[in-house]
Write a protein that binds this ligand. Structure first.
Ligand code: GLP
Length: 242
């Protein structure tokens, strides 16, 4: 894994936003794997400003999001579909039909998982996957567990994740379950960029980069990916030994 420590989250957002724009310009039907949470926002803002400046078009781009809560209507203000619409899709020229999400309300988890796997495969695989990291080392919503997960599945969220994300749920309880791409499906991306900023992520970053590869820290699986770069600010990198 490559590790880059940049000055702050704004600088990381600029570099990564430009990376996604470069791919959209270079490759017709580029396939982007996208993430939610607060960490990707500076990257999305950079993509929006490059689009508004006329530098890039996302009309031919295809996206897949990592995860979605179970039990929320798709248009709920806290759904990840709504998040992506508000924070990125409505502000660029991406076509709605090219944006893909797992259905958190499916009655058939296996069929939904298979549908998503095939869609990604038929698109040619994910060219560039953006990841954040949870305080407990989760990626997507793959929580620490006994075995690495493979394809998309329905997962129970841990107390740590519920505590971290509850702040976004001001008028309804936070869902306890989510559909998420599995670690195996995330690792099939051709190239991965993971971003971690702030001291709350420092322990997870250390475990991911310097700990053993273990499903107890799902992000540690990235140590086995051939093309992953981790972007950190100084606070998130503070506990690293090198
Ligand atoms: C959420 C998302 C993850 C995200 C993580 C960190 O639960 N499912 O994809 O990386 O938590 O979120 P944040 O960037 O807000 O710290």
């Amino acid at each position: 894994m490559n590790i880059l420590i940049l000055r702050n989250e704004a600088e990381i957002g600029q570099v990564l936003g430009d990376l996604f724009c470069a791919l959209a310009r270079e490759k017709k039907n580029a396939v982007l794997g996208l993430a939610t949470g607060s960490t990707p926002l500076p990257s999305y803002r950079r993509m929006i400003s490059r689009y508004k400046a006329g530098d890039v078009s996302f009309k031919d781009v295809i996206t897949f999001n990592l995860d979605e809560y179970c039990g929320l209507p798709a248009d709920h203000k806290n759904s990840y579909r709504t998040f992506m619409r508000q924070e990125l899709f409505e502000q660029i020229d991406i076509l709605h039909k090219n944006t893909h999400f797992l259905d958190g309300n499916t009655n058939d988890e296996r069929a939904e998982s298979e549908r998503f796997r095939r869609l990604i495969e038929n698109a040619g695989g994910i060219d560039l996957q953006l990841l954040g990291i949870g305080r407990n080392g989760h990626i997507g919503f793959n929580e620490p567990s006994d075995a690495f997960t493979q394809e998309a599945y329905r997962t129970a969220l841990t107390e740590s994740t519920i505590a971290a994300n509850s702040v976004y749920f001001d008028d309804c309880p936070m869902p306890r379950y989510a559909m998420t791409m599995g670690v195996g499906s995330i690792l099939r991306a051709k190239r991965i960029v993971l971003v971690a900023t702030g001291e709350a992520k420092a322990e997870a970053v250390k475990a991911m980069l310097e700990g053993e590869v273990t499903p107890g820290c799902p992000a540690s699986a990235l140590q086995n990916h051939p093309n992953t770069t981790v972007y950190l600010d100084p606070a998130a990198a503070a506990l690293l030994s090198v």
